[in-house]
Write a protein that binds this ligand. Structure first.
Ligand SMILES: Cc1cc2nc3c(=O)[nH]c(=O)nc-3n(C[C@H](O)[C@H](O)[C@H](O)COP(=O)(O)OP(=O)(O)OC[C@H]3O[C@@H](n4cnc5c(N)ncnc54)[C@H](O)[C@@H]3O)c2cc1C
Length: 308
């Protein structure tokens, strides 16, 4: 892993730095580039803007690693409120939600996470939309896939996420490439040990392509989450070669990252889903985005120092 990336990910877990950054008068523009805002209304406004541009959306209420039942409940309520908003505003056809199980109680008790995620699925079904379970660090992969299987017995449309950097992901791709199975493939965003994950970025890319081929050949619905221009080109070519027309898979990118590319792909007839995070707990998310790209860190630090 790039030393700067490790440093930023370590800083993300440091309480002193966390307090410093979270309370610094950071330019709203910097945070706003990657985060829709702190409220449901902010999230709905950004969703409306993206949908009007021909994009689709998945919304993430920020927060993770909850070891407090009350906080898990707060997260569930935020999602229910959001889903009601999507229905009210007529956005449910174009926008779904992404949920981190650790934010709804996974670390406390897997059953609690199933129950809470199930409440969100029930409301999503009433709203006419879907839910995707984000994937977190490797210590949670088995548990998350168990919860997924459990939820899918009632809501077969619940989406999964697989991370190409994990050695196990080719096997998981084959297991999940079944009829109706929505699977988001990403590179993976956590600092993982070499026993479980490829450390070399080139190996991660190769794994991504191997997993993508499995998903494209399978019977599920692949969702390719990457900003990598080379991968996007390869995926486009492989999909065409394997007879997957635009609409039989989708591209996904993060809010604020390569927005022109998002519009270009949509303009070519592809479904492009933008992952839109919102909520007061934006710090950890922002740090992971900065760790991915030194240029973003410079951008952020400049804004931090200018104290706009
Ligand atoms: C929709 C979506 C959902 C995700 N869900 C999860 C999840 O559930 N679990 C998980 O672990 N990870 C998730 N991720 C994060 C993912 O794992 C990667 O960490 C992240 O997408 C960066 O990888 P990349 O494929 O874009 O390629 P990278 O190798 O990071 O980047 C390749 C190229 O993309 C461009 N690029 C990448 N990042 C930026 C940026 N910040 N600004 C400008 N250009 C950039 C640059 O040209 C760069 O050279 C998700 C990502 C997306 C897009």
């Amino acid at each position: 892993m790039h030393p700067l990336r490790s440093l930023i990910l370590a800083a993300a877990g440091n309480d002193v730095i966390r307090r410093l950054v979270a309370t610094a008068p950071v330019s709203r523009d910097v945070v706003r580039r990657f985060v829709a805002g702190e409220t449901t209304a902010d999230a709905l406004a950004v969703t409306r803007r993206l949908v009007d541009q021909g994009l689709t959306v998945t919304l993430d209420y920020l927060g993770e690693d909850t070891t407090d039942k009350a906080l898990a409940e707060q997260t569930v309520q935020a999602y229910l409120d959001l889903l009601d908003g999507l229905r009210r505003e007529g956005l449910a056809k174009h926008a779904e939600v992404s949920v981190k199980l650790s934010a709804v109680g996974q670390a406390l008790d897997e059953r609690l996470a199933v129950e809470n995620a199930g409440r969100i699925c029930t409301r999503a079904e009433q709203t006419g939309t879907t839910v995707t379970l984000d994937m977190e660090d490797h210590s949670t992969t088995d548990s998350t896939l168990r919860v997924l299987a459990d939820l899918r017995t009632t809501w077969p449309w619940v989406g999964a996420v697989l991370q190409a950097y994990l050695h196990r992901t080719e096997l998981d791709s084959a297991r999940l490439a079944t009829d109706g199975s929505r699977v988001r493939l990403c590179k993976g965003a956590y600092a993982e040990p070499p026993e479980v994950a490829f450390a070399d970025p080139h190996q991660v890319d190769l794994s991504y392509v191997r997993c993508a081929n499995i998903l494209l050949r399978g019977d599920g619905f692949p969702m390719f989450a990457t900003h990598d221009p080379r991968l996007v080109e390869i995926l486009d070519t492989r999909a065409e070669a394997l007879g997957r027309k635009p609409g039989a898979f989708e591209f996904q990118m993060l809010y604020g990252i390569r927005p022109e590319e998002q519009l270009r792909l949509a303009g070519r007839g592809h479904t492009v889903r933008v992952y839109v995070p919102y909520g007061v707990q934006w710090y950890g998310y922002l740090m992971r985005r900065l760790a991915e790209r030194p240029a973003n860190t410079a951008f952020f630090l400049r804004a931090l120092l200018s104290r706009k």
